[in-house]
Design a protein around this ligand. Sequence first.
Ligand code: UDP
Ligand code: LCN
Length: 807
Amino acid sequence: MSSQLIEAVLNSSERTNLRQFASQLRTSEKQYLLRNEILTVFNDYCQTHDISEQFIRQSHLGKLVSCIQEIIVDKESLCLVIRPRIAHEEAYRLLEDMTIVPMSVSDLLDLRDRLVNRYHPNEGDVFEIDMDPFYDYSPAIRDSKNIGKGVAYLNRYLSSKLFQDPRQWQEELFDFLRLHRYNGYQLLINERIQTQRQLSDRVKQALTFVSDRPKDEPYPDFRFDLQALGFEAGWGNTADRVRETLEMLDQLIDSPDHQVLEAFVSRIPMIFRVVLVSPHGWFGQEGVLGRPDTGGQVVYILDQVKSLEQQLRDELILAGLDSLAVHPKVIVLTRLIPNADGTLCHQRLEKIYGTTDSWILRVPFRDINPTITENWISRFEIWPYLETFAIDAERELRAEFGHVPDLIIGNYSDGNLVAFLLARRMKVTQCNIAHALEKSKYLFSNLYWQDIEHQYHFSLQFTADLIAMNAASFIISSTYQEIVGTPDSIGQYESYKSFTMPDLYHVVSGIELFSPKFNVVPPGVNESIYFPYYNKDERLEGDRQRLEELLFTLEDPAQVYGHLEDTSKPPLFSMARLDRIKNLTGLAQAYGQSKDLQERCNLILVAGKLRTEDSTDHEEISEIEKLYQIIHEYDLHGKVRWLGVRLAKTDSGEIYRIIGDRRGVFVQPALFEAFGLTILEAMVSGLPTFATRFGGPLEIIQDKTNGFYINPTLPEEVAQIVITFFDQCQQDANYWQKISQAAIERVYSTYTWKIHTTRLLSLAKIYGFWNYVSHENREDMMRYIESLFYLLYKPRAQALLEQHRQR
Ligand code: UDP
Ligand code: LCN
């Protein structure tokens, strides 16, 4: 507890140090100090008072300062926001006489409002959003280390509760098994089994029956015998597989155990039709990546679909259902863009390559103002169209599937909101994938929301996030820190725990971080496109030559800016959308400022477009201008190539490998990166990778073992880290290879789509199962969430729609 730490400071000689530090803070120009600034003031304080390093590290005060996230200087007192450990926040007011008073969340939010002159107590309180009471009924994880392992926890907790009453448990299990159908065809058990007692007897009879048969006898050969006993298809594809599944059931009836339960539920054929919702951006298979709003999410979903369909098919085969013409179908639901700019985004249906029955289904936004709705719409402006999109999409999904789907997965804030609306209407399990929560990307995006609302509309986005993340049956995150951050920095979901939207609402509890709904399931890379540079047999010589020319020598002002004087230098490569947060301009700046770095390598960027007049995205336009300005300011001519091209996936794979052939490196300089698929791609290709320490890369890379961390806000340090690497390569001929090989191994061991989809499906089944058997009553929460949607979100969305109508 931080109160104990504060007490320890106050009751010791360090009290004087705290007093001095506090007065230094009061005289600092800033009223609102964040972590880095607090540490800087503290270091200054220590220096001016000749205080040793050891004190900074070992004193109570040093420890206290290291966990202060925020200090607000409020007249004579200081408000300290302390994060003593992951996912815990406490606030205290330190008065001038050195007394310390705890602050409630509401007090803290009021103070923050006051700081930005948005506190009007005479006009009454602001609306408070509090999700906490709705999580009372559900179990909460106790140890923050277990956050993100929700399903294991849920299983253990709920099973132990359920198994206490064997009779009730057997009834629940029996009812659950009777539920399953495919296109009206009964699966698992039929009406010949009428009670749970009968089920228990018949399982034993069926077990004797299948155990006597050859292990690999196909299910269709004994299907009718099992049917006579009351068992339909779905138990297995061979006599042995049926025996295994029935044995699990037998054990669950007589002596249940949570591990057997998890294995058993994962085998139940209950998912055949899946919808992945991803409305914004350009969702297509060609010519879309690198456009505004169109990056990793598209790559993630397309790879996920292929793997998901395969996994569903494998599971249905193992369940013995393929002989009954049961097959999986996956639909990616996105928006149809009539003016598709040479892409297929105007096509209603598009088959997904490499799949049997997976499709992109595009549903148009209703035509409000054709100059807007017929074109690409920025993800920040998309909010007014989503409710009607969900209504229209429901009709189309029902038609395509001939049924309701079994699982709806939302992607990003807009897709998650649509997933919520669809899941609510169709009573289906809802899974959320955030990809990136905008709130933590833009500093103070909530506190100053009103100033940037015209551009970003965060009041809609953050409300949509709160709605969807609370409504979801379960949430998948790519990293642990996406949920609750690191000891030093708060997580993306954690930033929704409490915050103020001055004049609009206060969130006193926006999400339960200890809820078992959170599960870390990282993505993978497409291993047939991205593989190590040394796998020469899998590479095409023609592609290599064409792309080498594009990267290093081609002179075509439509595609490339800049030429290289010395192509023998290793390339420092980066590829990203030209979004401000991606900070490619920051990388160019770091390169521009360092002559030493320029001596050692060339800079090659694959990024968006070359001309501002080709873009309608305000961030892209300003980044293009900035990049030209940096190249001119530092006179980088002859050292930099900027490719404004849209690469086919296979080409981007080969490009990483060409960089590898030349012992180059990959740098990812984002100011914040939620996960970072380019990092996986570069690493699996064998590129030593230098990636931002802000966000997911911190979890992907292990510093100096299989890559390097950089702090993109310190350009000189970034340059120095890369220079040191190249120098080390000079001294040790194997160094490049060592890091390269470790990077490849890191990806193969931890980030594969097979691991991802096996886990995803198992989660979907288990959450579906628990929602059914625990009769968990979430209706109170869902009603509250609906009121946020109708009373808060919808009027604001309509106001934005009116603005669009006028444009
Ligand atoms: N990408 C691309 N061309 C570009 C920029 C990006 O093909 O000009 C691809 C890149 O290979 C990666 C994805 O887009 O697969 C970007 O994903 P990441 O997670 O790194 O970032 P995001 O764009 O989603 O923020
Ligand atoms: C969005 C992002 O910003 C990236 O960090 C992720 O890698 C991508 O989505 C895929 O989840």
